[in-house]
Design a protein around this ligand. Structure first.
Ligand code: CO
Length: 212
C-alpha cells in the first residue's frame, strides 16, 4: 500500500511536469532563472492547509514557512532566517500568518497530555493562553473557546512578527511591508481575515518599538 503510494507520487510528478510543459514549453526554464514572490506565508504544518493551493498561487508566487501551529518564536533561527531572506532579499510586500480552526497544536495547548518533544514547542502556545486566559476562560462552550484560541494565537504571532528587528528595520527604511492574520476553515476551505494588519512602526505599541 505505502509502496503504491510512493510509486504514485513519482508518477504524479512526471505527469505534472509534462502537463506544465505542454501548456508552456519554457515554464520551468523561466522559473529556474529566479523568484520574486510578493508574499511570505507562515502557516501550520497540517497537511490539510497547503499554502499555494488554498490561495490559488502558482510556483514562484509564495515563499513559505510552516511549523506546528504557525508560531513566530523570537529565537527560532529557522523562522528568522526565512523572514530575513523574504524581507531583505526577496522584498516581499506581504507576510500572512495563517492559522486554521481545528489545529492540533492549539488543541494540545489546551490540555496537559504528554506527547513528546513537541510538549516544549506547545509551551509557547500555552503562553498565549496564559496571556489571554481571562477572555478565553470566559467562553463556556469548548469548541467556541478552541476557535477563539486559534484566532487569538494568530493575532499574537502577527504582533510578534511586527516586534522583530527584521520587520521594524524594513519599515524604518521605508520598505513597503504589511503583516496580516488569517484563519482557514478546514470544513469550508474559506479563509477568515482577522483584520489584524501592521504596515508600519506606528501600528506597534510604544513599548515594542525599537529606537534606531
Ligand atoms: Co495546525
Amino acid at each position: 500500500m505505502s509502496t503504491d503510494f510512493y510509486k504514485k507520487i513519482l508518477d504524479n510528478n512526471r505527469i505534472w511536469s509534462e502537463t506544465k510543459l505542454k501548456d508552456d514549453p519554457e515554464y520551468f526554464e523561466r522559473l529556474s532563472k529566479g523568484q520574486s514572490p510578493p508574499l511570505l506565508w507562515i502557516g501550520c504544518s497540517d497537511s490539510r492547509v497547503p499554502a499555494n493551493e488554498v490561495i490559488g498561487a502558482q510556483p514562484g508566487e509564495v515563499f513559505v514557512h510552516r511549523n506546528i501551529a504557525n508560531m513566530v518564536i523570537h529565537s527560532d533561527m529557522n523562522m528568522l532566517s526565512v523572514l530575513d531572506y523574504a524581507v531583505n532579499v526577496l522584498k516581499v510586500k506581504h507576510v500572512i500568518v495563517c492559522g486554521h480552526y481545528g489545529c492540533g497544536g492549539v488543541k494540545a495547548a489546551m490540555g496537559s497530555d504528554h506527547i513528546g518533544l513537541i510538549d516544549n514547542w506547545i509551551r509557547h502556545i500555552k503562553d498565549v493562553y496564559r496571556l489571554n486566559s481571562q477572555e478565553l476562560d470566559a467562553i463556556e462552550d469548548e469548541t467556541a473557546r478552541f476557535n477563539a484560541f486559534v484566532e487569538i494565537n494568530v493575532k499574537e504571532q502577527v504582533t510578534d512578527l511586527a516586534k522583530t528587528s527584521i520587520v521594524q528595520n524594513a519599515w524604518r527604511n521605508g520598505q513597503e511591508l504589511c503583516l496580516h492574520g488569517w484563519v482557514y476553515g478546514l470544513d469550508t476551505g474559506i479563509v477568515k481575515d482577522l483584520q489584524v494588519n501592521f504596515c508600519g512602526n506606528e501600528d506597534l505599541d510604544k513599548t515594542d518599538r525599537l529606537k534606531f
